[in-house]
Design a protein around this ligand. Sequence first.
Ligand code: ADP
Length: 742
Amino acid sequence: MNVSEVAGVPEWLPEHLRADGIEELYPPQAEAVEAGVTQGDSLVASVPTASGKTLVAELAMLSAVQRGGKALYIVPLRALASEKREEFEEFSRYGVEVGVSTGNYESEERWLGEKDVIVATSEKVDSLVRNDAPWLSRLDCVVADEVHLVDDAQRGPTLEVTLAKLRRINPGLQVVALSATIGNADALADWLDADLVDSEWRPIDLRKGVHFGEALHFDDGSQEHLPSQSGEKATESIVRDTLAADEEEAGGEADDGRGSSLVFVNSRRNAEGAAKRLANVTNDHLTGEEMAELRDIAAEIRDDNDTETSEDLADAVEKGAAFHHAGLSSTMRSLVEDAFRDRLVKCIAATPTLAAGVNTPSRRVVVRDWRRYSGEAGGMQPLSVLEVHQMMGRAGRPGMDPYGEALLLAKSHDELDELFERYVWAEPEPVRSKLAAEPAMRTHLLATVASGFADSREGLLEFLQETLYASQTDEDAYLEGVMDDMLRYLEANGFITAEGGRLEATGMGHTVSRLYLDPMSAAEIIDGLRAADRSPTALGLYHLIARTPDMYQLYLRSGEQDEFTELAYEREAEFLGRLPSEFDDAFEDWLAALKTATLLEDWADEVDEDRITERYGVGPGDIRGKVDTTEWLLGAAEELAAELDLGIAPAVREARVRVQHGVREELVDLAGVRSVGRKRARRLYEAGIEDRADLRNANKPVVLGALRGREKTAENVLEAAGHTDPSMADVEPDPDAAPVLD
Ligand code: ADP
């Protein structure tokens, strides 16, 4: 189907797509159009990675906008929200206004009502529903990206409940659900009353296979000899071969950077280790020009933060390789992704986070580890077929490669057979709703009652009937049982009342739902705040929020038990709530929360980032993640303290602001100035500039000296502080003005 034959879309669209090299729709896209996706009909599209799902979403959203409507695009990760916004902002020149909702959970973000296309995570949409954002009832089209994640125990239920609520608020709402290839796309389509496009089509062929011995065994029965150099591991031989094969294709000329590989491993440490080794392979295939460009990127990485992680990453990047995992800061992550897309970085060793969503196609994919450590199930567990297929699907760059190749690695003949059976020939698993888990139920039941979707047990049951869970189970009694348990829990904690069969949220229940807290977190925080005296310490507050289920805790490593037990007794007086006995199961959780709390305390005490990453065994991205969660939870604690009239809200706020900026109290004002940050704030302070007002009127040579002669930085800082003349032209730094601290 030619793009000009698509009915219902804005008339500028075909021309716009042609300019992007899109002339004919891919077959699954054409099927979607035939199924009515541009006429407001709901659709589930289950198609392989990189076969053009985004365009299906765009066709749906733009045709809704064309009809005068409004569309919402739900992404699974915050990082993807900005990626999608950038893509959709292409349409702003035709008057389509795009907004991304990244604000705090407790706001309704009225301004979004003005936008035509809105991008948000499922958590954010859930919170907008709870806060009664008025524009939600004016939606015409909702796109759910990566909808197979309804199967995810942590985040799936939120997506599921949110879709059910949006459909209830807007009868006749068009739902377009995009999914990787799964075993039961028809079940999703049934649930959403949608048509189904279930396709295996890919724009570029994918050869799947297994490496064993000195050969690659492919699914079409063919084999390729792959000699390895002595002492070399299989992954290294494959990466070397990928680079060399490309040089041959390029006519024996110097490598033009096309032979890229993605290597999936099962832990951050393995990603870092693999990148280090693979860098020695890629290093032999760089041109002088590439080396210079890679050096610049490495410098940007070192500039972002000075930790061992950034140092290691920069070292690898200089040699044309990289690692990618959730411990990287977002700047590091996008530098790596861009350099890979620009074909400068030839190989990324990644944890599976990279397989979800981010668009980084590659000539070859190696799934090096097909087992992963699982605390819950115990020991090493095999990855799901769905996950492995998603990783494999990253192989093959349309327009660049003749085909993509995805390989697993076998160490024995038996394993070779097993991997073919388990992954190469296998169909992906069906997805199943995880809604019946207790944390999900208590959270969503409270929200459902608080936002008026149901006011009785029967009403709740009726609402639950609209979820995927109900459409997948014959055992309604089980869900009902969990529901009743959770209703009792909510009532016992004072979040709902159930008089005469009528369910109502209490004032506190409304607040908890609006603040987006798990009711169990709220109960813990309320108890802790009540136990506090007037001036709880920052550590006490960090510990309180660190022990709620909304904080992802640090694990205690072997040997740390004693260290933190000792610390727990030392600082016992600061805890908000009673330290459990050492014989109690809760004791270990308490210690893990203490470890998280001391990380936050170090951060707020201006301990260097590299010391923190080393001491706690985390990456810079983890610190950022913990800080964000803390800001949210302490913000919520502050509101709860105010609502309970406990008089400690100011102490909570101070702890929150300090962690937000990573500084001691005296620097809070300065660190809040754009481009300043914790280190520069300290240097300015040491030079006698104590707050924003001082900065606004500061002597320029002093500022320049404190910022180590960096003129551009000094100008940015002065401008952000509102200085009347931030220009540094003609200013000589005063060498005595500031002590150099590091
Ligand atoms: P998915 O979301 O399915 O993983 P994308 O939507 O990101 O895949 O599409 C992958 C690539 O294919 C994008 O670069 C996109 O521009 C391109 N593409 C999509 N549809 C077409 C088409 N009909 N013709 C040519 N290229 C297309």
